[in-house]
Design a protein around this ligand. Structure first.
Ligand code: KG4
Ligand code: ZN
Length: 357
């Protein structure tokens, strides 16, 4: 595939000064190494995905039942350049065609983030390509811009992943109000821990989902935590402990019990996520809801959210599953917005493990 380079006029000043930019149309290279997936993608400025590559480390961490940060960093070091090369070649472009590099700066595992940020800075320095550091959570929200059915502002955004369960109102581009968050485990983390408890392996979300689908008995009933009226905060560690107590009381963990716990656990988590999200939309008179992050790949969550939203007259946008879980297309999407605003960084860019929006 041949590629005609895009015209590009670009001026980038130091961090403290305003950056002037006029690079439309442009190509953005996105990079994400926030946790255990090595991701690179190439997007055009109209949010068209030319390529998106995700290298999963599930096999590396599977036997430990969770991500081992040091192993994740080392795998990123091995993978990052081949994955970027792969994304460029799938898109049919060369590095010299790229106008902006957008890289996840945080939040996440700092040893993992540093690999992506360092690679991005090296590429930026070697070809004088402007660089911008992106918030991974904002990336998840921006995955909803990558489909034809894009949200209009204002909208409610539920970001539900392995590290976060955050409810936002997105008022306008780049402006988010955090309305609620988890007080303990993130929903995805609870899926992972319950899967480990049930001996189902890692990552937990997908295996709990399939155990729940195969369950034929009555799902175990779990109390819905933190359903206090008008609180948009979440708590999932109680359901996890309740699941542990059910296992301990049963003594023997057979396939039927595993299925019934998985189904009951999934149902409780989905119910809380859907209820709070739609309640926020109703109370704030916002009629569009975006659901994203790894847990948004859960079919039961997608189905119940869509059903209950439609009963409430709310439009729900669920990006395709591969855009809900970690990817770099969503990071490049925010990169496009930042480049349009001329809000770029320079080579002092560093990784940060905590960074709320
Ligand atoms: O967004 P993500 O890929 O990475 C983070 O930013 O954390 O989310 C990963 C989380 C994991 O906890 C994983 O178990 C969960 O998303 N997950 C799921 C499903 N697929 C992934 N949870 C429930 N059902 C799924 N199908
Ligand atoms: Zn994520």
């Amino acid at each position: 595939m041949t590629y005609e380079p895009y015209p590009c006029i670009l001026t980038v000043y130091s961090k403290s000064t305003t950056t002037s930019i006029d690079i439309l149309p442009m190509l953005v290279l996105g990079i994400d190494t926030s946790c255990d997936d090595t991701c690179a993608a190439v997007l055009k400025d109209d949010f068209e995905i030319l390529s998106s590559v995700v290298s999963s480390q599930d096999q590396v961490h599977g036997r430990f039942g969770g991500v081992v940060p040091e192993l994740a960093s080392r795998k990123h070091v091995e993978n990052i350049i081949p994955i970027i090369d792969h994304a460029l070649s799938l898109a049919g472009v060369a590095l010299s065609d790229v106008n902006v590099i957008a890289v996840t700066r945080g939040p996440g595992l700092v040893g993992s983030l540093v690999v992506g940020v360092s690679a991005a800075k090296a590429l930026s320095a070697s070809r004088a390509i402007p660089i911008v550091g992106i918030n991974h959570l904002e990336g998840h929200i921006a995955s909803s811009f990558l489909t034809d059915d894009r949200p209009a502002y204002p909208f409610v955004a539920l970001v539900v992943s392995g590290g976060h369960t955050n409810l936002y109102i997105a008022r306008r581009e780049g402006e988010y109000m955090l309305m609620g968050q988890t007080m303990d485990d993130a929903a995805g983390e609870a899926f992972d821990k319950v899967a480990k408890l049930l001996g189902l392996g890692y990552p937990g979300g997908r295996v709990i989902e399939s155990a729940a689908q195969q369950a034929r008995g009555t799902p175990v009933e779990f109390t819905r935590p933190y359903m206090k009226k008008r609180s948009y905060d979440f708590s999932f560690s109680g359901i996890k402990t309740a699941a542990r107590n059910v296992v301990a009381a049963a003594g023997v963990l057979d396939e039927a019990l595993v299925g019934n716990i998985a189904a009951g656990f999934q149902e409780a988590v989905v119910d809380v996520l859907v209820s709070k999200t739609l309640d926020l939309a109703k109370r704030q008179s916002v009629n569009t809801v975006v659901v994203t992050g790894g847990v948004a790949a859960n079919t039961r969550l997608r189905t119940i959210m869509a059903e209950r939203a439609s009963k409430n007259g709310v439009r729900v946008l669920l990006p395709p599953k591969h855009l809900c879980t970690d990817n770099a297309a969503m990071i490049a999407a925010v990169g496009i917005i930042r480049a349009r605003e001329a809000a770029l960084n320079n080579l002092t860019l560093n990784a940060v493990s905590r960074w709320m929006i």
